[in-house]
Design a binder for this molecule. Structure first.
Ligand code: MOS
Length: 735
């Protein structure tokens, strides 16, 4: 049997991408397509007293200007949620302004340039009131969010009993992580096309079905009248995980002018109504025995949401599961600020939370005079500290061992500032990585075609990470076909329903459904063959039949998918399947784990940090495709390097405005910022997580990265910078 799962198959959509043939949401040509440009608020809080659109309306090419002066009609209040995942979106229904860069008008014109020009002519008058954007100042007003906003978790949790032993060492430190904005190469983009009362939307979304349902509700349509298509996404990172204002606005615009409308956010508008990673202030207190054994862990989080909606960055949740300790106390407090609503950003909670916890662990190791890796091994959680359940599988110790060996960790001189290359300070740091295993109900459909090839489809989305490729592999193996004999398609609400591509759950959820559908189709074909008097396999037991490269084989006899269909006078043969979680979550705690090791080089005079080496080792279940998987980890680590060293959205406290609004001010890593990386997956066979044994790898890559870098910077310089990013001014100030 030629298994393709586990092989480093090239991306099946690679050629389409490099030739420019892959079509993204802003690239669908439509007869009569026109362009919409959003006008955004220039105040952070207050009321719109008037919108003067006369100049804009008279500008060349302008078809319409929409504003709260005459709110476009909606069937439902966009300030209410139909589903918990819905966002309250500002779509010209109200004169109230809740944050800077809130959509306050929409201009539709025949060309993008004319729409952009006219948008600048719209005069919006405001009565401004004082914006609250200082998280620290709002601490006294912060509240404990309800379970629903915590994705079903308690805001506060105390696990275990207060220890009676006196600690030999303690750490009490507060870490600050800043606002960060998603900056995928492809900005948010929507093309909306009405055909009578039917709506088709090409939307850069991580969840076509959520977008469909939200639009259907807001525009008063049955869901089957709304089709959302997302064939390719140029990066999402969680930012495209919700249906935001621009998608609704594009549909409104298309209705207003009775033309197909395209709406693409400008880069600066990515720093507005489409979410961000909120600032966190995290106090971590650790108490330990001399041998490093944790007695007590406390992790208290202050973070921000908007004044009108609720999102919690659950930074302390990871502390509930990572290390064994006699007692673990965690809390989350949320302050309401005059900003847009924050959202998921790659490993929401884990990325920021592990920064604090893993830096604190490094501080504790230093205080104890203990190796940071040894401290983590000493506190390894053999069962889940939160639920007490056994792990479905856990390879963390193996990740530590393999990573330490590859990195040469044993050669680390623990004394800060002791390792140098000329004047350059060298630092070695490490941190643990982890991310939960998630899975939701998903469907898939597999169809045999007359030539014996198969077409397999599932709603779903490919964020650019390789979903097309790995699902092709899963389907090929389950059908007994070569990957080239399978065409896989996704990104369309007319296909079987699937969950949002978030929480690293796409492969686990959709892959399981693809396997079941493909397997069902294969079994259907085999059953037909053994019952078919014309088949060489007639009368044999279905159980004895195997399929390889489309050939059905048993007892030295052969049939084929193509011949079977022909004899049966069938154009196609089809099977559909759904896969959903069972009771495994009640029996096992399911997480992927990993170890991040890095080397930094710090210029002692300039404070400049370069990451010069990376070893990342992960246990993440079955790796369907080592090539695309490695790319996922590269991406996560690169994003973590950005988080550690440069990414930082700055809010002007006077105006409430994010003043970093382009890639010149908001820095993301580029090639010279990124070293060669050594990525390994330890073999992990997990029979419990799902039918294909995958744990999901979209997010674990970024977890622990900023802590490993901060810890390495401490090792290099002897100074702790507890606020991200580790910019050179902070390092020099501390040095
Ligand atoms: Mo991911 S931040 O859940 O898209």
């Amino acid at each position: 049997m030629d298994n393709t799962v586990g092989q480093p198959l090239d991306r099946v959509d690679g050629r389409l991408k490099v030739t420019g043939a892959a079509r993204y949401s802003a690239e669908y040509p439509h007869e009569g397509l026109v362009h919409a440009v959003i006008v955004t608020s220039t105040i952070a809080r207050g009321t719109i007293t008037g919108v003067d659109a006369r100049a804009a309306e008279q500008a060349p090419g302008v078809l319409a200007v929409l504003s709260p002066e005459k709110p476009p009609r909606l069937a439902k209040d966009p300030a209410k949620k139909q589903k918990p995942q819905d966002r309250f979106v500002h779509v010209l229904q109200t004169r109230q302004v809740d944050y800077q860069h809130q959509p306050v008008a929409l201009v539709i014109a025949d060309t993008l340039e004319r729409a952009t020009h006219a948008a600048a002519l719209v005069q919006v008058r405001y009565r401004a009131s004082k914006a609250r954007v200082d998280l620290k100042a709002e601490r006294s007003r912060a509240y404990a969010p309800k379970k629903q906003a915590m994705n079903g978790r308690e805001a506060d949790l105390v696990q275990g009993q207060a220890p009676t032993a006196k600690p030999d060492a303690q750490v009490d430190a507060t870490y600050v992580t800043p606002y960060e904005h998603h900056n995928p190469l492809e900005p948010h983009a929507t093309t909306a096309v009405w055909d009578g009362d039917a709506l088709t939307v090409y939307d850069a979304t991580q969840g076509v079905f959520n977008a469909r349902d939200r639009l259907a509700a807001l525009f008063g349509l049955p869901p089957e009248k709304v089709r959302v298509i997302t064939k390719f996404i140029g990066g999402g990172f969680g930012g495209k995980g919700s249906t935001w204002a621009h998608t609704v606005l594009a549909v409104m615009a298309a209705r207003a002018v009775s033309r197909p409308v395209k709406l693409v956010l400008r880069r600066e508008q990515m720093f507005g109504p489409v979410g961000f990673r909120p600032e966190t202030h995290q106090r971590v207190r650790l108490e330990a025995r001399k041998d490093g054994g944790l007695l007590r862990v406390r992790h208290d989080v202050l973070t921000a949401t908007s004044t009108f909606d609720e999102f919690v960055e659950p930074s302390a949740a990871v502390t509930r599961v990572l290390y064994a300790s006699e007692q673990i106390s965690t809390s989350h407090r949320l302050a309401r600020l005059s900003l847009g609503t924050p959202t998921f950003m790659r490993a929401p909670g884990e990325a920021s939370g592990l920064h604090a916890l893993e830096c604190a662990m490094d501080e504790l190791a230093h205080t104890l005079g203990m190796d940071p890796l040894a401290l983590r091994l000493r506190n390894h959680a053999d069962t889940d500290p939160e639920t007490g359940l056994p792990w479905s599988s856990k390879s963390l110790k193996e990740c530590y061992r393999v990573g330490a060996e590859r990195f040469g960790w044993a050669r680390r001189d623990p004394t800060p500032r002791s390792m140098k290359d000329g004047r350059t300070l060298i630092g070695w740091g490490m941190a643990t990585a982890t991310y939960p295993v998630r899975r939701s109900k998903a469907g898939a459909r597999a169809t045999l075609l007359p030539d014996g090839h198969a077409r397999v489809v599932s709603g779903s989305q490919d964020l650019g990470t390789g979903a097309y490729t790995v699902f092709t592999q899963v389907a090929a193996d389950a059908l007994g076909l070569m990957p080239a004999q399978v065409s896989f398609d996704l990104g369309d609400t007319r296909m079987p329903q699937t969950p949002v591509s978030g929480g690293s759950q796409t492969t686990a959820s959709v892959g399981s459904a693809v396997k079941l559908a493909a397997r069902a189709l294969r079994d259907k074909a085999i059953a037909l063959a053994v019952a078919d008097p014309g088949s060489p396999l007639h009368g044999l037991s279905a159980r004895d039949v195997t399929v390889e490269r489309g050939q059905l084989v048993a007892g030295g006899k052969k049939d084929s998918y193509a011949a079977l269909l022909q004899r049966q006078k069938l154009d196609t043969l089809e099977a559909e399947a759904e896969s959903e979680p069972g009771k495994e979550k009640e029996q096992y705690a399911m997480h992927s784990f990993g170890a991040q090791f890095c080397e930094v080089r710090v210029d002692p005079d300039l404070g400049e940090v370069r990451v010069s080496r990376w070893v990342g080792v992960y246990g993440a279940g079955t790796i369907l495709n080592p090539k695309t998987a490695r790319s996922q980890m590269y991406g996560g680590i690169v994003m973590g390097i950005g988080m550690a060293l440069m990414e930082h959205s700055v809010v002007d406290p006077r105006s409430g405005r994010f003043i970093t609004r382009d890639l010149a001010d908001y820095h993301v890593p580029v090639n010279p910022d990124v070293p060669d990386m050594d990525i390994l997956f330890v073999p992990e066979d997990d029979p419990h997580v799902n039918p294909i044994g995958v744990k999901g790898i979209g997010e674990i890559g970024i977890t622990g990265v900023s802590a490993a870098i901060a810890n390495a910077v401490f090792h290099a310089t002897g100074r702790r910078v507890r606020e991200l990013p580790l910019t050179l001014d902070r390092i020099l100030q501390e040095t």
